[in-house]
Design a protein around this ligand. Structure first.
Ligand code: SAM
Ligand code: SF4
Ligand code: F3S
Length: 477
């Protein structure tokens, strides 16, 4: 599966996708690394930075585990299940290492940060443990590990943004890409491990972001997603003129690169997304009308326990405001069900807010207690598993209906679609996305179109996940 073909920049359920930095001159490398990434899009983006650092220190990439001198696994800690998946994979790597003892195994990312050197005790055959802010030290840690010592660096930083490292974007579709604009998170939602694994929030130099976006556009990319755990709190001070750049300002700068460059962003915290951002989106046709606005719960008491800092009413007002300023905006969400002490009535509030918001899509989870988080320290994880699962099923079933309804409402409409590849099912069909982030599949017919072209598509049918259409004559480019 290709990294940049994924349409959901914020789906940490993606697991184990491999992407390679293989280049035509790959043979010049004597040593090779293999990297596997788990977790959110930020982690996948980090793997591109790691690939760049390793290439600069003489490692080529390989997609074959057997050819690797170094196996890296970029890990996620967001839920217990995510960590279990990584441990299972490490057991498989252990077998390979037994057969090839000189091969090194490294754990990167959030699990490395959470467990630190403990990981070396728990997973005996791991040689290197590196946290998300320490990737620049990978080459020296690899060297150390090569001499038989264990290499560990889990120092978090207040200013590392890897702004100067050009990510290696191979295996991409050449049309869509992700750009990290900030790292860390200061929010301390009580259920969440991210502030502990990723450290304090810091924003990347706006000039380097715009330069990266421009470079991508010049290389043919047409759709970029600005990434951060909480993009709306982006804040950067240009020391040359003492001017500050807000998220709205950054969005505008990127949008102005070219009208044919689509700009998206993820994730927005409901408390931080401002009217200024919404009006900036309204002003620029190429800033896609799509907002991922995680609600987590529809009940104010639970939201307070979660430390989300907004109420049910505040969230509903935010949804109203989005629909007022951007009437055709797609809205998606994240929901956690079965949080500590959640009652049936409070669960009903979540179902009701989902109906109110009419989400186009949702990522839905049951609560998984994470060691060290505020919730783990303060509250009891007291909703029984069977109830969590039943509530989750109700939420999933409702979202299924909402997604289907949202798609049915698009039948009869025409959308500007960016062609991103062949449809999964047939080479005679294209797939692409509209501004609202919905996937649209349509026959290629006899039009002479290619990846990265924009085309108008009339929607005549749908499934719950996909719109089905037909090209409207007179393709735009
Ligand atoms: N920064 C984003 C935000 O505030 O919405 C989300 C970041 S988190 C990587 C992605 C999603 O994982 C969260 O929105 C939440 O729904 C889910 N999540 C986080 N911690 C969780 C936990 N302990 N149990 C279950 N789901 C969790
Ligand atoms: Fe976690 Fe909350 Fe930060 Fe999102 S905003 S990463 S849920 S602490
Ligand atoms: Fe992302 Fe998982 Fe870390 S969701 S920030 S990789 S804990």
């Amino acid at each position: 599966m290709q990294l940049t073909l994924d349409t959901k920049a914020h789906d940490e359920s993606r697991q184990g996708e491999v992407f390679t930095t293989k280049t035509p001159d790959e043979n010049r490398f004597v040593k090779h690394f293999y990297i596997e990434s788990y977790g959110c899009q930020m982690n996948f983006s980090d793997s591109e930075i790691v690939a760049s650092i390793l290439q600069d220190s003489g490692f080529g990439s390989t997609r074959n585990l057997e050819d690797a001198d170094l196996i890296l696994i970029n890990t996620c800690s967001i839920r217990e299940k995510a960590e279990q998946t990584v441990r299972k994979r490490l057991t498989e790597f252990r077998k390979l290492k037994t057969a090839k003892p000189a091969m090194l195994v490294g754990v990167l990312g959030c699990m490395a940060e959470r467990l630190k050197a403990k990981l070396l005790e728990e997973e005996k055959l791991v040689d290197i443990v590196v946290g998300p802010d320490a990737y620049r030290t990978l080459p020296s840690l690899i060297e150390e590990a090569g001499t038989g010592q264990k290499g560990v660096n889990v120092l978090l930083s207040r200013d590392e943004t890897y702004a100067d490292i050009a990510p290696v974007r191979l295996q991409s579709n050449g049309v869509t890409a992700f750009i990290s604009i900030m790292r860390g998170c200061n929010n301390m939602c009580s259920f969440c491990v991210v502030p502990f694994t990723r450290g304090r929030e810091r924003s990347r130099d706006a000039h380097s972001i715009v330069a990266e976006a421009r470079d991508l556009f010049e290389r043919g990319f047409k759709d970029i997603t600005l990434l951060g755990q909480n993009v709306d709190s982006y804040y950067w001070v240009d020391e040359t003129n003492n001017k500050t750049v807000s998220f709205a300002g950054l969005l505008e700068r990127v949008a102005l690169i070219h009208p044919d460059l689509r700009v998206r962003f993820s994730t927005s915290h409901p408390k931080d997304i401002t009217d200024e951002v919404l009006f900036t989106m309204a002003r620029h046709e190429n800033i896609c009308n799509y907002i991922h606005l995680p609600v987590q719960s529809g009940n104010t008491r639970i939201l307070q326990l979660m430390n989300r800092t907004y109420t049910r009413e505040w969230y509903m007002h935010k949804v109203d405001r989005i629909k007022e300023i951007l009437p055709d905006c797609g809205i998606t969400t994240d929901v956690i069900t079965g949080f500590c002490s959640e009652t049936e009535d409070e669960h009903q509030d979540t179902l009701n807010i989902m109906k109110y918001s009419r989400y186009d899509h949702g990522y839905m989870y049951f609560y998984s207690e994470r060691p060290g988080t505020l919730a783990a320290k303060r509250y009891q994880d007291d909703v029984p598993d069977a109830i969590k699962k039943r509530r989750l099923q109700e939420i999933v079933d409702l979202q299924y209906q909402l997604s289907k309804q949202s798609n049915l409402q698009d039948i009869g409409k025409c959308f500007k679609v960016l062609i991103e590849g062949n449809s999964k099912k047939s080479d005679t069909d294209w797939h692409g996305r509209n501004a609202q982030n919905k996937v649209i599949v349509f026959p290629k017919e006899t039009y002479n179109l290619k990846l990265g072209d924009y085309v108008m598509v009339h929607v005549h049918d749908c499934t719950k996940a996909t719109l089905i259409g037909k090209i409207v004559p007179e393709p735009m480019h």
